[in-house]
Design a protein around this ligand. Structure first.
Ligand code: MTE
Ligand code: MO
Length: 408
């Protein structure tokens, strides 16, 4: 909490002092100051390291439940190392996890109830590995104005690790989904923060069509090793393209239902947005909220690190871009507050649902403070917006990423 207050104060401080609009920042000239809108906030975020075992350089937002994000420049790898994969917990993770006695039950509206050990999964189904992107639905919430309650994620509640497991669709087929089933429901071994054993911290589900996407994995390995305990060891779902909450960690049960699943964090305003456009701060009735499905088009600048000083005029800028259930057509970058844009080079994804790398060489014409902005466009021609599409719980912020660069 204290850290969030700190960054809010810092933002307010920058807005109040108005240093940027005076054409100076950190004592440096801003060559493109004339392009900066009034009440514009230059980027300046403090970063804290945390001490979570097996994680390096994450910024801890909360310790109970544990929530930690990754600074953008530590997400520069094509495949996110496990020690940099963010953590989003809604409850208390299970302790003393035993790999050998772990069972995954598939029941509800199925022909055959299954109870599978991790070895059963490995022996009875195709084992596949994919690079799959997981992004929290609340990534970017910190920038909502008026603020939205919840973890104040900035940019780093997103990662693309290499996951190994079996296809969710193969396991569902083996169980034999009955025709009346329309939704999956997922349960796990983590416990509710209140300590009440009758409550679950999170139990999400998927419409059958999405559940049958061959890229959804029941994963037991992350980057070639056992899952990190905070990323769901020994078994989790990875459902790319949809909010991270669909990727149930510590998975021990999937049951099939003939109604939309109504487990913990499926109803009310959790992982839901108004079904129509609202203006910032508008009150919306709970019955007007709908479940978030595919995540929107987005990009991240992972190099250079924001606030870095560079001495050359030519600067390599790079990052990733992704778009829910579709892919990226182009990425454009600007170094003059959006007055002009240049096309970045873009690679194909390693597989469907992986993020795509992009890079650009940018010419900074003179010494001073610059911002680099990146804007991705998906294959449907939809681009990232400049302004946040505000909603009460602060979900789906895909406004374009900006970093600060000082040419000295
Ligand atoms: N069992 C369980 N699964 C969970 C959660 C949780 O709290 N409990 N959090 C979800 C949310 S909201 C997100 S964004 C992702 C984050 O995955 P990660 O912690 O491995 O990065 O896990 C999801 N799976
Ligand atoms: Mo999330």
């Amino acid at each position: 909490m204290a850290k969030n207050e700190h960054s809010w104060n810092r933002r307010n401080f920058l807005m109040r002092t108005g240093g940027a609009s005076a054409g100076l920042i950190f004592g440096m000239a801003i060559p493109f100051a004339r392009n900066m809108p009034a009440s514009f906030v230059p980027i300046a975020l403090a970063q804290d390291a945390s001490n979570i075992p097996g994680k390096v350089g994450l910024t801890e937002l909360n310790d109970r439940p544990l929530n930690a994000e990754t600074p953008a420049h530590l997400l520069d790898d094509t495949i996110t190392p496990t020690n940099r994969h963010f953590i989003r917990n809604n409850g208390n993770p299970p302790e003393d996890v035993d790999l050998n006695s772990w069972r995954l039950t598939i029941d509800g509206l199925v022909e055959n109830i299954l109870s599978l050990s991790i070895d059963d999964l490995k022996n009875q189904f195709d084992v596949v590995s994919y690079d799959l992107l997981v992004e929290c639905g609340g990534n970017g919430r910190a920038f909502f104005d008026p603020p939205a309650r919840g973890n104040q994620w900035t940019y780093g509640a997103v990662a693309c690790s290499n996951w190994t497991g079996v296809r969710l669709s193969d396991v569902l087929k083996a169980a034999g989904v009955k025709p009346e089933a329309i939704y999956t429901a997922h349960e796990s071994a983590d416990t509710h923060l209140s300590g009440n054993p009758d409550l679950q911290p999170l139990s999400r589900g998927l419409p059958i069509d999405k559940a049958m996407d061959p890229y959804n994995l029941i994963a037991f390995e992350q980057n070639g090793e056992a899952l990190h305990p905070m990323n769901g060891a020994p078994l989790r779902l990875v459902v790319p393209g949809w909010p991270g909450s669909c990727s149930q960690k510590w998975l021990n049960r999937i049951f099939l239902r003939d109604q939309v699943h109504d487990g913990a964090k499926m109803t009310g305003t959790s992982y839901r947005v108004p079904s129509y456009k609202v203006s910032p701060g508008e009150k919306v009735a709970t019955e007007d909220f709908q479940i978030i499905e595919a995540m929107p088009v987005k990009s991240l600048i992972t190099h250079p690190e924001t606030m870095k000083s560079v001495s050359e005029s030519m600067l390599e800028v790079r990052g990733h871009a992704w778009a829910g259930d579709t892919s990226i057509k182009s990425v454009d970058v600007s170094h003059d507050f959006g007055a002009t844009w240049q096309k970045a080079e873009l690679t194909s994804p390693n597989n469907a649902h992986a993020w795509q790398r992009w890079s650009a060489q940018i010419n900074l014409p003179e010494k001073g403070y610059y911002e680099i902005w990146a804007k991705a466009t998906d294959t449907n021609g939809i681009s990232q917006p400049f302004a946040i599409d505000w909603n009460p719980k602060g979900y789906l912020n895909n406004s374009l990423h900006r970093i600060a660069v000082k040419r000295v």
